[in-house]
Every structure is written in structure tokens, then in C-alpha cells.
Design a protein around this ligand. Structure first.
Ligand code: NAD
Length: 391
């Protein structure tokens, strides 16, 4: 079977779906790779490195789609709402497509993907289980985002992060607050701690307290309790507006005392909750920085503008999206390893198997045979459930 790697086309995207180092493992599983010329260049992987590992480098995108049985992308149509549609006419029936599909985004787009007849898999829907841990692209990208958010804030902050004792006096360390302690939040805590900041963190899921403390940060406990804070998959559950209002009221003081706020709080399939109001921004010291990693989902700060940086009341609010693409070498390396684990899971004896009794295959498959087949996606868009034989 042939796996194709087209160049990413989303504006500013620098990652690539597969890197040369994973090709020998794919080969062992019976998978040959074709790469669009220049696909890895912006991430730091030259065409010659792919060729050295046995890939065929093809001159254009059309030839990659035409020769591959399986297309691997980072942002494919679905998450690439800018240029992704141009790939639709290149796809053919029963071709397999794997990438970030944004499965709860636009029904119309998913129907177009289904209409192309492709069997598509969304990496966002990978189960958060031990078995699927090495295929978890969301965690890989969240790691890159959490790391980079701290560095972006450091670059803008008019202060040092660490405590410094110098002949010219002692510098007090920066105070960094992390709101939402999932994978990105944990990485942000670790990175800010390594840079010497004093770090506090808050999450509505009390189970993260120990993880926060083990990284040397203070866990902020608010005197409110979320109802059923997390679902069976470990995700935060949506709370009512009264809860969020109380949260904002209680968190205000901690925000005001922070030099940097990095917010990552999201609830699957929902707009991000507002945790930092315009009033709270006004209460921060001028020069403070907010990096809103939830910007793509509307933002955790009331003033965040998606993919823009603004200054309000002297506070810089960064709503940059797609931060993982700014660490393209390692983000691609992690993603390629996730995809390799997934591909070798799907392919048995050189043939792709759609074993729908397998949780990983079942949960991640979004379209097949012209239909949207993923149960949660169908539910989200109020489509009638499919009968077992259709799935
Ligand atoms: P996420 O990106 O969905 O959300 C980020 C964080 O925001 C979460 O910790 C969430 O609790 C928090 N949040 C949401 N609303 C909030 C609010 N109003 N106030 C404060 N915090 C709020 O999270 P994620 O990184 O995708 O992780 C989700 C879950 O999956 C976690 O339980 C994580 O441990 C788990 N996980 C498991 C595996 C695995 O077992 N293989 C891998 C990765 C993550």
C-alpha cells in the first residue's frame, strides 16, 4: 500500500505529516511512501532525506493524491478551512484520509468529505486510553502549544522570569498563572518552572491537583465545586453560567496578582468558557501578558481576538492560533510517530483493515462509503443514528 504526504497548504502551516525517520517502520508494515516535493522543507526535513529512507518524491500534489491509497495530512479539509477544499477533487472513492478533520466543526464540510467517497479518520477522536496513547496527536500538539505559550509570553513580558540576585539588586521572579491543566497546561507549568517563574494553576477538575504540585506549582483551590467535573473520558464537562460567574469572581484576585496568564480551558464541542473578563484585565499590572490558547474556540479571555495580539489597559493579550506549527521540527516528529502507530494499527499484512469492533478504528472513522459514520459526530449534528450494518 502507498501512503501519500502532500505539502500542507494552510497559510503559515510549517508542519508535515510524516518525517523521514518513521519510513523504515512503515516499510516493515508493508507501507511505501510518496511525498510531494518540498513537503517537509519548512519543518526541517529535505526531500533528499525522504528519498534516502526509501520514499518516492513526486513533483506535484496531484500525483501524490493519484498514487496514494492513504493520504496523511496535518490540517486536511475540515480543519483547513482556508485552502483545504482544493484537495476534494483530487480525492477518489475509497481512498483513506487521515488528519485533523475538526469533526465537530462544519456539517457541510464533513458532508463534502463524505461525498468524495473517502474513508476519513480524525486524529482528534483518538480515544484517550493507554492503548492509544502513542497515537494521541492532540496530546502531542498540546505539548508543543503549552511549551511555546510560555516562551511567547516571556518574549513580550517586560520582566525576567527567574529570581536574579545581582550586584545591582535582586529581581523578584515572575508570577505565572495557568488556567486549565490538561496536557498543554501541564507543559506550560513545566516550562515556566524551568525558566524560574513562580507558577500557580487552576482547573475545575480537582484530580489534577497532585500533577500540578508534582511539577512544583501551587494548585489554586476555589470554594466552588463543579458538578461531575469530568466525563468518562477525562474531559471537563460544561457547567452552567452561574458556575462560570462564580469562578470568575473567585479567580479575579489571582489574575490581578499574575504577570502572565496562560489559559487553556476548553470543553469538547463547546465554545471556551470565559474565565478572564475585561474588568479582570483592567485589574492586572500594565505590562502583564495573557496567552489565550483557547483562542480558536472563542477564547478564555473576554477581550481575546482570534489569531491577533492586542494591548488592552496595558496588558498584551495574545490569541495566536496554531502555535504547534511554530515548533515544526518536533511537532512534526511527534505527529509522524502518532500517525505511524495509527497506520501500523490499521494495516495488517500490508492491507488496511477496518475492524469496527476495535475501539480505535471505530472512534476515529468519520466518513465511509459516502456517509458520516461516527456516532458522536452524527449526534452532534442531529443526524439519525446509523443501524449497525451501515457502520
Ligand atoms: P482539554 O484541552 O480538553 O482542556 C484543557 C483543560 O481545561 C482541562 O484540564 C479541563 O479540565 C480544563 N477546563 C475546562 N473548563 C474549565 C473551567 N471552566 N475552569 C478551569 N479549567 C477548565 O484537555 P486535554 O489536555 O485534552 O486533556 C483532557 C483529559 O484527557 C485530561 O483528563 C487528560 O488527563 C486526559 N488525557 C488522557 C490521555 C491518555 O490517557 N492517553 C492522554 C491525554 C490526555
Amino acid at each position: 500500500m502507498i501512503v501519500g504526504v502532500p505539502k500542507e497548504t494552510f497559510p503559515g502551516e510549517r508542519r508535515v505529516a510524516l518525517i523521514p525517520a518513521v519510513l523504515p517502520n512503515l516499510k516493515k508494515a508493508g507501507l511505501d511512501v510518496v511525498v510531494e516535493a518540498g513537503a517537509g522543507v519548512e519543518a526541517g526535513y529535505a526531500d533528499s532525506q525522504y528519498a534516502d529512507k526509501g520514499a518516492k518524491v513526486l513533483p506535484d500534489r496531484k500525483s501524490v493524491f493519484a498514487s496514494a491509497d492513504i493520504i496523511t495530512q496535518v490540517l486536511c479539509y475540515g480543519s483547513n478551512n482556508k485552502t483545504g477544499k482544493a484537495d476534494l477533487p483530487l480525492m477518489r472513492r475509497d481512498q483513506v484520509l487521515i488528519g485533523f478533520l475538526r469533526p465537530f466543526g462544519s456539517l457541510e464540510v464533513l458532508q463534502e468529505i463524505a461525498g468524495a467517497g473517502v474513508t476519513s479518520f480524525s486524529v482528534e477522536l483518538m480515544p484517550r486510553t493507554t492503548r492509544a496513547q502513542n497515537m494521541d496527536a492532540l496530546s502531542s500538539m498540546a505539548t508543543a502549544c503549552g511549551y511555546k505559550a510560555v516562551l511567547i509570553a516571556a518574549d513580550v513580558l517586560p520582566r525576567f522570569y527567574p529570581m536574579l540576585t545581582t550586584a545591582a539588586g535582586t529581581i523578584t521572579p515572575a508570577r505565572v498563572l495557568i488556567l486549565g491543566v490538561g496536557v498543554a497546561g501541564l507543559q506550560a507549568i513545566a516550562t515556566a518552572r524551568r525558566l524560574g517563574a513562580i507558577v500557580s494553576a487552576y482547573d475545575l477538575r480537582p484530580v489534577v491537583k497532585e500533577q500540578v504540585q508534582s511539577l512544583g506549582a501551587r494548585f489554586i483551590e476555589l470554594p466552588i465545586e463543579a458538578k461531575d467535573a469530568q466525563d468518562a473520558r477525562g474531559y471537563a464537562t460544561a457547567q452552567d453560567e452561574a458556575f462560570y460567574a462564580k469562578q470568575r469572581e473567585l479567580i479575579g484576585r489571582v489574575v490581578a496578582e499574575s504577570d502572565v496568564v496562560i489559559s487553556t480551558a476548553v470543553v469538547p464541542g463547546r465554545k471556551a468558557p470565559i474565565l478572564v473578563t475585561a474588568e479582570m484585565v483592567r485589574g492586572m499590572q500594565p505590562g502583564s501578558v495573557i496567552v489565550d490558547l483557547a483562542a480558536e474556540r472563542g477564547g478564555n479571555c473576554e477581550l481575546t481576538r482570534t489569531d491577533e495580539t492586542i494591548v488592552a489597559h496595558g496588558v498584551t493579550i495574545i490569541g495566536k492560533i496554531n502555535l504547534a506549527s511554530t515548533v515544526p521540527y518536533h511537532a512534526s516528529s511527534l505527529y509522524a510517530r502518532n500517525l505511524t502507530a495509527f497506520l501500523t494499527h490499521l494495516v495488517k499484512d500490508g492491507k488496511i483493515q477496518f475492524d469496527m469492533s476495535d475501539e480505535i478504528t471505530h472512534d476515529t472513522m468519520v466518513t465511509r462509503g459516502g456517509e458520516i459514520v461516527q456516532a458522536r459526530v452524527r449526534e452532534r449534528f442531529s443526524l439519525p443514528a446509523l443501524v449497525a450494518a451501515q457502520v
